[in-house]
Ligand binder design. Structure first.
Ligand code: ADP
Ligand code: ZN
Length: 439
């Protein structure tokens, strides 16, 4: 059997650039980037404080001498303190989703928009997109980078776009059916919502023409992929990005689907221990840090993403030379500390999906009624698995509790709830209700 789930096609020969050439290009572009940020007040100040400057950066390893940039730095220079070009050169603004507080804005020149379209074209093509396809985009169009980012990537490939945007799931399904889209783009949680609505409308997923899907913008699991693929009859690919770095297109899976290739000719990646900020040992999990190499309007140096993942430098059978990152398990600010144990919501999801009979719809509720943390996990049961027999439901609950314990090490109080009772999401899902942080 081939190691690829679909044909291994490459959009841009830069994706397979030999390592030594890639490193030389990175250094050249890093030097140009440092020259571009020299007059940005934040960098001017930060470099002066760290007593480093563009002249000290002679090799790629010297990058480590430069200070980090954080979300707080962006917020402190709200709205446009990081702009490195005149307003006359800005072609578009976007904003982060504001998942963790006040949004931050990012800007693009015309060249940036063109680079971005190419970066998205690369991962779309590596995940099956062909010019003859039609792509249904159910990411929100607006300040969020998902909608417009993917939109222009699809156009760059020469395929047709249905800019459906997010929401109104029944209408989405009508569009998918009537316009016979081959490819679906959205968050994995919205794909679940769509899959479920397709079933509820009595439509056989085979009546849809979907062959591929590109999901991103939030953590998801391998089991979730298997479930969506089985429900919808398609191949699903993971892609990653964040507005501060460019938006979607920072990395994406190839047809080998064994991690997402980082587009290293445009970004330098580091993986650091979020406490010590030192590089982690190869193969260990850590916080990803990105430096942009080609961005004009808002270059970013050593941006701490707060996303936890691990890098895999092993060669990939697809021929791409960009280092791979595995699935993001979560962000440091989503990590729950329960009785001293670190738990990511994606681990709870993994546990649920291991147990037959539950839908991947859940809500984690944490409180501290006394002195100790208590966790309740509300889990929807699929209609066909609902049973009048107490013993069946009890057994299901116990199995879920055991899986959660074996994956996370915590004891959770599992509450089974009826189908369709937990909230559905059209964008990024919200899975945690933490009463400990309420005042
Ligand atoms: P916000 O930070 O407000 O959510 P963005 O829309 O820029 O704004 O979201 C970027 C974040 O989304 C990333 O930092 C990461 O946490 C998450 N993300 C994006 N793609 C993926 C993915 N494929 N897997 C897991 N998380 C992802
Ligand atoms: Zn590959």
């Amino acid at each position: 059997m081939s190691e690829f789930v679909t044909e291994n096609r490459i959009w841009d020969s830069a994706e397979t650039m030999p390592h030594d050439e890639l490193r030389a290009l990175q250094l050249e572009r890093l030097t140009q980037t440092l020259a571009r940020v020299a007059e940005v007040p934040f960098y001017k100040e930060a470099f002066a404080k760290a007593k480093v400057g563009p002249d000290n950066i002679k090799t790629l390893d010297d990058l480590r001498r430069l200070p980090f940039t954080t979300k707080a730095d962006l917020r402190d220079h709200y709205p446009l303190g990081f702009l490195a070009v005149g307003r006359d050169r800005v072609a578009r603004f976007h904003g982060s989703s504001g998942t963790t507080g006040k949004p931050t804005f990012v800007a693009y020149t015309k060249e940036d928009l063109s680079t971005w379209a190419d970066l998205c074209a690369r991962f779309l093509v590596s995940g099956g997109l062909r010019p003859e396809h039609t792509v249904h985009i159910a990411f929100g169009y607006g300040l969020f980078t998902g909608g417009f980012g993917l939109h222009y990537g699809v156009e760059r490939v020469g395929a047709a776009v249905v800019p459906a945007s997010a929401g109104n799931t029944q209408r989405q399904i009508m569009l998918l059916k009537d316009l016979a889209a081959d490819v679906l783009v959205c968050t994995p949680s919205y794909a679940l919502t769509i899959a479920e609505a397709v079933g509820a409308m009595g439509i056989d997923p085979k009546e849809l023409s979907l062959k591929f899907a590109h999901f991103g913008a939030e953590p998801w699991t391998e089991d979730m992929r298997a479930q969506i693929e089985a429900d919808m009859g398609l191949l699903a690919f993971n892609n990653y990005g964040l507005s501060e770095v460019i938006g979607p297109g920072v990395s994406g899976e190839c047809a080998a689907r064994n991690g997402m290739h980082i587009q290293e000719d445009h970004f330098i990646v580091e993986c650091v221990d979020p406490e010590t900020l030192e590089p982690v040992q190869p193969g260990n999990q850590g916080e990803l840090v990105f430096t942009s190499l080609t961005k004009q309007a808002m270059p970013i140096i050593r941006y701490r993403t707060r996303d936890i993942a691990q890098l895999d430098p092993a060669p990939c059978p697809c021929g791409r030379t960009g280092i791979r990152m595995n699935r993001v398990v979560g962000r440091t600010d989503d990590m729950l500390i329960i009785r001293g144990v670190n738990v990511f919501p994606s681990q709870i999801e993994e546990a649920l999906l291991r147990v037959e009979g539950t839908a991947p719809h859940y809500l984690i509720e944490i409180g501290r009624p006394g002195t100790l943390d208590e966790v309740k996990v509300h889990v929807e049961v699929r209609s066909k698995d609902l049973s009048d027999k107490m013993s069946h439901m009890q057994a299901l609950r116990d199995r879920i509790g055991q899986e959660i314990h074996s994956i996370t090490g915590i004891h959770a109080d599992v509450h089974l709830v009826e189908p369709q009772t937990l909230e559905r999401f059209v964008g990024k899902a919200k899975r945690v209700l933490d009463h400990r942080t309420e005042t």
